[in-house]
Write a protein of this length. Structure first.
Length: 348
């Protein structure tokens, strides 16, 4: 049996921005720039700001791999998701990791918690370890992250979204269309005063795209959108409770509410029960995510199920194809549009 031979990869050092280039741009020594990364507290505040600006502008990535290994292909694939602790990305992460591991590759995972700055730090750290490929979530990145993704020579995938105009490979779905589907589903069942509750987590821009789809659809149907924004960074169940309590206290109550995710919807559903709101008779509740608890609630939660597992498996498959580990590199699909589905249960 012949031994598998991995395809040749160009050296990552080629064209790479050096520590010396950053030092020259700022006008400090290379030792000062090195200290900025390793012992930032020993660098003056004004110099830290100048170095940070130069790093972002030049797209500098510190090489964390020993010099002799810098050109070697690693068997690590980096992935950045907005939230590791929540259930919504669990199937994606598991499907991705399982598919990689069957071919001798391992997942290196980081959470940005909806912060473009944290995502930027994770991407810079990952690239410094010379991974085989990198997977990021959605298309909302800082300018520095955009530059790093554009300049790297490894495969880069944007998942959990679908933006065909973007240069990176796309594996996901349209969040705007999710908002459209939610609004039309409720309208087709006779609901007319339909509200939308945003995520309490700052930086969840994908949820805002779902909101925009909802708003556009209501305008098309001749209805007035009703938006509620919970207090920033309030815990999801508490944010859902706040939304339900506030909206049900209005003279013109909504007869249906779309929530940015199932956590918010569950908090609202439980709060409504305590307040004597009959669901769905007085107000229907619709979530997003199809979290494991959704069908266990009373009443069970109608929600929109994203293709979470399919995204993870397909992203790993595309990575392995890009690296030549799996067949199909010659016909690699850059655009991979998947579908979400409405899971109808008792809350509507």
């Amino acid at each position: 049996m012949s031994e598998h031979k991995e395809p040749t990869r160009k050296r990552r050092s080629a064209g790479r921005v050096t520590l010396q280039a950053v030092a020259k741009r700022v006008g400090v020594s290379m030792m000062t720039v090195s200290r900025y990364f390793n012992q930032p507290e020993q660098v003056a505040e004004d110099q830290r700001q100048k170095i940070a600006a130069a790093v972002a502008e030049l797209g500098y990535v510190p090489n964390l791999v020993a010099g002799g290994l810098a050109s070697a292909r690693g068997r690590i694939v980096g992935m950045v998701v907005p939230n590791i602790s929540g259930p919504i990305f669990a199937k994606t992460i598991q499907g991705f990791s399982d598919t990689l591991s069957r071919h001798g590759y391992q997942l290196l995972l980081a959470s940005s918690y909806f912060s473009t700055d944290q995502e930027e730090s994770a991407v810079r750290a990952f690239l410094g370890w010379s991974p085989a490929a990198l997977v990021v979530t959605s298309h909302f990145h800082s300018p520095a992250t955009e530059k790093m993704l554009a300049d790297t020579d490894i495969p880069v995938i944007e998942m959990w979204d679908y933006q065909p105009q973007r240069a990176m490979m796309q594996i996901g779905f349209s969040h705007h269309q999710v908002g459209v589907s939610a609004a039309r589903y409720l309208y087709d069942r006779g609901y007319r005063r339909i509200a939308f509750v945003q995520n309490s987590a700052a930086g969840d821009f994908s949820a805002l795209e779902r909101r925009d789809g909802y708003m556009a659809t209501l305008h098309e149907l001749g209805l007035e959108p009703l938006l509620f924004v919970p207090d920033a960074d309030r815990a999801p169940f508490e944010a859902g409770k706040q939304a339900m309590d506030t909206l049900m206290d209005r003279a013109q109550r909504p007869d249906a509410i779309v929530f940015a995710n199932d956590n918010l919807a569950a908090g609202a559903l439980l709060a409504g029960q305590r307040a004597g709101v009959r669901i769905p008779q007085d107000c229907a509740v619709l979530g997003f995510g199809d979290y494991p608890f959704a069908e266990m609630l009373m009443p069970s939660l109608t929600t929109i199920r994203p293709p979470a597992l399919e995204i993870g498996v397909l992203a790993a498959t595309r990575v392995l194809q890009s690296l030549g580990v799996l067949a199909g590199q010659g016909s690699l699909e850059r655009l991979n549009l998947l579908a979400c589905e409405v899971v109808e249960r008792e809350s509507t």
